[in-house]
Design a binder for this molecule. Sequence first.
Ligand code: ZN
Length: 97
Amino acid sequence: SYSQAFEAAQLLATASCEHDKVVSAVDCILSLVGDKNPEHYFVATQDSGLRAKLREVPCVPVIYGLKNSLFVEQPSCSNVSLLSWMRRSVFIWKIRI
Ligand SMILES: [Zn+2]
């Protein structure tokens, strides 16, 4: 149900960056993920350009919405790696403005 999903979403941690100067949301997220995603971030975004860039980084599960459903793109890593990452997941929500 919606309320259960909302309660579950409130348990998720979100990431903050340490940029002193203003950078674009895409550049900020890409810098947090880096080239190996060491913090095991999941990224939720509707930005197809950002999704394409994140596909080049190993083990970055990307979540996007389509027609009232959420999908997770298959990340480019083994299922064992993905499972261990899911145990400590952090979501970055990119808000379209
Ligand atoms: Zn930033």
